[in-house]
Design a protein. Sequence first.
Length: 345
Amino acid sequence: MTLRRRYLVCPACGAGAHPRDAWLGLDGFLSRQARRLACLAAASWSFDRASALLAEFCGLGVSDTAIRAAAVAAGSDARAWQRTSAAPAAAFTAAAGAIEFSTDGTHVNTLGGWREMRLAIFAKRPAGAPAAPAQWDDRALPAPSVRVLFGGIWTAEQFGPQWRAWAGRLGVRQAADVTVLADGAKWIWSQAEKNLPGAAGVLDIYHAGTHLYDAAKALYGDGAAEGPAWAEARRQTLLTGGAPALDAELAAQQRQTRSAKRQQALQDLRDFLAPHAAHTNYAERLGQGRSIGSGMVEGACKTVVGKRLKQTGARWRVRHAEALVALCGLLYGDLWDAYWVESRN
């Protein structure tokens, strides 16, 4: 369909406009619905791929440049919308389940070099069926009932206070109601102590397992059959009795080991676990049907950032990367429809 409409110019100030655009819902080149489609494509594929697929799916001819402009504008607006709209808090409050918080970072190639993009997720998850420690990796946990994702290229000191602000924004009144699930990165636990004081903590069991297998390689050599068996036995101790029980086993083995290299491997593992003595109540959480891993945010780092922003040859302006993360975060966090209902974009 070809649309023809008048372009009028004010003789006093020289400003011009198409008056019919407002009636048609046009704001610039794209209509509201076309902009939403373009942004959905931009959040899912590279800009050139989005352009080709929009033409294939619905005959919408939009250049990759126009899609980029629409996505960056919507993403910037979405960041402000998340901070001011009541929709995220309403969705979060209405959802059922216990509150989980997880955070992680991944690097993005910017015009100024590789920078760390830090993501965080507040979620609620209903409890699943109780499980024994031996069932830790076989049970089926319920999916989160709500997820709110936010992030940016910030230092840990800049990012941490935003957790507290977001908790208040989502109606979380007591940090003690929150469980922090994270890997062993020191910046995460330091910022959690400052900005979510009183929150429970859970060391990601998969991350702990990686350290167990690294220690097994140092103890028995890469490829030795004893290594995996030792690591699995230690993991069961960790799942059953937490870090204190495992530390007792490691200390006993360390006393019986004469090799300086093996002693150091055991000491390194003990040093890693020492700050997390209160973060390894796995048996209790399994019995309650609760999660013991931070896979949700690690998956977001791969899909929201890795899949979309880390494509071959991609280099980003910082504000464009953050805008795309906000846009992708709406889609990931189930707030896509709410944003477009309220947005004037």
